[in-house]
Structure formats: C-alpha cells, structure tokens
Design a protein around this ligand. Sequence first.
Ligand code: ARG
Length: 575
Amino acid sequence: MIAKEELEKHIAAALARAGAPPGAPALVGPATRPEFGDYQANGVMAAAKQLQTNPRELAARVVEELDLSEMADSVEIAGPGFINIALKGDWLAARLDDMLADQRLGVPEVAAPQKVVIDYSHPNLAKEMHVGHLRSTIIGDAIARVLEFLGHEVVRHNHVGDWGTQFGMLIAYLDQQQDGDAMAELADLEVFYQSARKRFDADETFADLARECVVKLQGGDAQVRAVWQRFIDESLRHCEEVYERLGVTLTRADVRAESAYNDDLPVVIENLRAQGLLEESQGAQCVFLDDFKNKNGEITPVIVQKSDGGYLYATTDLSAVRYRAGQVGAKRVLYIVDARQKLHLRQVFAVAQAAGYAPDSVALEHYPFGTMLGEDHKPFKTRTGGTVKLMELLQEAEDRAFALVGEKNPDLSADERRQIARVVGIGSVKYADLSLNRETDYVFSWDNMLSLDGNTAPYLQYSYARVKSLFRRAEIDEESLAAAIIVAEKAEKVLAAKLLQFGEAVEVVAREGYPNLLCNYLYELADAFMKFYENCPVLRADEPVRSSRLQLARLTARTIGKGLGLLGIETVERM
Ligand code: ARG
C-alpha cells in the first residue's frame, strides 16, 4: 500500500474514533514545505465544521487516537488544524527496499481492472498529419500507457477522418493521374491536396466529377472504393511513419475510422426515431435536449441528419459511442480531443445517454487540450505561414539535440551522438507537451524544451544518465547490489519520501488524465536527487552508507526511467 493510502486509513479511523461524522475523509497529501514534514492531513477542518467544534481541539483528539508509532517520527498540529506527519527513516528505508525488489516499483495493479477505450490521434486522412495532431497523439499515448501499466484493458481507437466530401475531390484527382505521377504526388499529401483543390476550384467539369465520386463512394461503387482505399492506405502509411518516429504505440489495428460506422448511421437515425427522440426542424432531423437551452430559453438542437439526407460528424460519433459501450464493452471512453470540440462532445454524450447508447455505468470523458502556439503566441506555423510538417519538426528536434549533446559531451562518437540525439530530441518534443496542464494553450519553444535545467526531458534524461555514469565510475554492476537502504540524512529522507510517492503520481494520471502531474513528480524527484547528490557523498562514503546511497541512486534512476517510459519517453545510458 502506498504511504498516502496507509496514512489515510489510519487518520480516517482516528477521525471516526474522535467523533467525526462517519466517512469524514482524512485528505492526506504530500507536505507542501519541508518544515511541514512529509505529509499533511487536511480533513480535520471540514469535519470540525460539520460538528461545529473547534478544529484545533478536534485535531488534538485525532492525534490522541492516532497510533503512527511504526511509521512516523512526529505528528504535529499546525495552523487551524492541519496534521503534519514526518515519516521515520527506518520505515521509509524498509519501504524503499521493497520498492527496489519489485519490478513494478511498488505500484500495484488495480483490484478491479476496467476496459477503457481511448480515442486519440485521429488525424484527418485527406491531408498530411500536422502539428495540430501532435497533442492528442502524445497525450493520448501517455494515458494509454499509464492505464495499461495499472492493469486496465486499454483499447486504442484511432478515429481517423476518412470520409466526407473532400474525398470525392481527392479520388477524382487520383483517378485522373497517370499511375506514376499520382504516386509521386501522393508522396507529399499536402501538395496532392493543394493540387486537387486547385483543380476543383478552377475546373467545373472536375468539380462535378468530384461530387459524383462522393455519391459513388457513399453508394459503395467498387471502382471508386478501390481508388479511395489506395488513397487511405497511402495516407495511413504517412501517419505510421510519424508514429514510428515519435515512438507512439498506435498501429494499423487500432484504426477505427469514421467510415467504419457508415453502415450504422441510418440504423442510428431509425433507432432515435423509434425512441421518439427525433424532431424535424427546417427539413433536418434533430434531437432537442433541455441541457442545451440558450440564454433565451430556446433549445439548440443537435442535428443528426441534414435535409438532403446526409449525416454529420455527430451522427458518426453517436454510432461510435454505441459501438464502444455496446460491442466493445468499455466502462470508460476517453476522448483526447481539442478543447474546441467541447460543445460537440457534450452534445454527443447527452444524446447518447438519452438514447441509452451509453448506460450510466459507462463514463464518457472528454479530455480537452489547448492549441499549440508558436513563440509569437499565434497558432504554430512555418515562417512563411504554412502548416508545419510533423516529420520536419521531428527532424529539427533531433538536429538541435545533436548539437546539444555535442556541447555536453564532445567525446562521443558520431553514431552514439546521433542515437542520443534521437532519444533526447523526440523526448523533448513529447515532454514539453506533456509537462503543461493540457487544457491551456501551449507555446512551442525549442530553447525551453531543450534546456538542460528546468522541467524538461533533457534534465530528467540527464539525471538518469548521471546515475548510470556513477555506477560505471564505481565499476559496480547495479543488479549485483543487494545492500539495504539506510535513511538518515535530511536529503536522503526527502529523496526517500519522494521516491515512495511514485505510485500516487501514476494513479492520479490514471484517474484524472493529467500527465503533467506525473511530469511534475519526476521533476521534483530529480530535484530531490540532485540535492541528495550534492549533500551526501556516495562513492567516498564508508560502508554500509556507500552501498545504501548507491541503492538510492539506482532506485531514483529506475523510477525516472519507468516514469518517462509511461510518458512514452526513452532514456540513454550516457549523455
Ligand atoms: N478527426 C477529427 C478532427 O481532426 C477528430 C476526431 C475526434 N474524435 C471523435 N470521436 N470525434 O478534428
């Protein structure tokens, strides 16, 4: 059991014995300042309010009822009724020994694993994948890894946009090209899209042809379908190159495209009609729900079928909810989708719930994220105002990291340097995105993300490599080290308490979907390690302290490595 939970259990019981209302929570969290000890319990104030008693008096009764003699050195009441707890060095040390012996670093699998669908990345296949898809891809992948680590069954759904009118234009254009030319142009999807668009705007006959293609595509015309399939395959291949380069776990098997729901759309409409949920408004089929009243009390409808019979983005999403909750059997469905789609998803969730596609037992959760901005705080673009290609961006990251690694460590061979630059460069791009609260817009800055100090990938990767170099210098094989950990010095204690919080950080990400909380944790851990390293000599210490400190360093590296791994970021042995 992690320290926080254990304290919570003890304090909640003491609260009850002290006369607090049943179920009063202990509200235990890591102390915000070293002088507050290691943990702080904040539950007394709320309980006292309910009982209408003095919180400090209640705190005193709780402390009297509390037996933490095994875990804690001191239990103190502070301020209006906080309980500050300083853990015992021996207790911490014994926990760290267990953590070190455990492949999972003391993080248990959940008792009740859930099936969780995660809808992420989901580029529009008509165009090349661009920076707009980076955030969903990176954040979604980190959340998928965290949930899987905790034992949940994760089903990745790459809800790619592969359907709609723009494909008519692309199919018509592809069909008109000589085979060789088309393939050459297709190599650059952006160019291909622009060329098709140009012809569509300039040439009426071509535009008609394009529209005809859409109708044929939707009608299932075999020949048009085949051309479309060729285009989709090519576009997916581009995406996979990006996934591969980024180290993202999505594969072709995870593609569950918009078109997959196509045949189900009329079924959804009929089902909504049968349930009496449809209303016609200006020829369109709509669902009116009270949740969507505007200021004047009028309900803004959710349109599910246009007057010409066409379906909408929302219709597909309704079908997708039905599939995910019904066929797949998900208990949670996470949508890692741009904050600008908040209303859309709120509507989809509300209609899906009204129609019973997702029963109350299935959680539909939107994890919104902000826009990626350039250093000028405008949407991220190239110097000339074009969209930035992901592959070029990732190449630049690696090139910049190559220079950085060369400065830091000029003795590395070019090969090694390139290998490290790949890990650091890609890691930097991912970490920069993950380390901020996803809901805010985020300013993309090469200098910040590649900085060696601060909350960055290179800083954490460097902390990891530093431990590895310590072991190389000591000429000790990590795995052969069996010494017990001793926690005596202040810096050791701070590091020990931080190490034990790893599981807490992972669980918060799983519950709330904010990977930045794990990043913050890793940054604090690396910081605690640096302070320990400055204050506590390792190789120059006498035994058994020397081996104990090596163990602390080793456990730190493993925790940073595991934490970064859960974020989809690699480490290197030297930097
Ligand atoms: N393809 C969509 C876009 O590029 C995002 C899809 C999000 N997922 C969903 N189920 N609507 O905007």
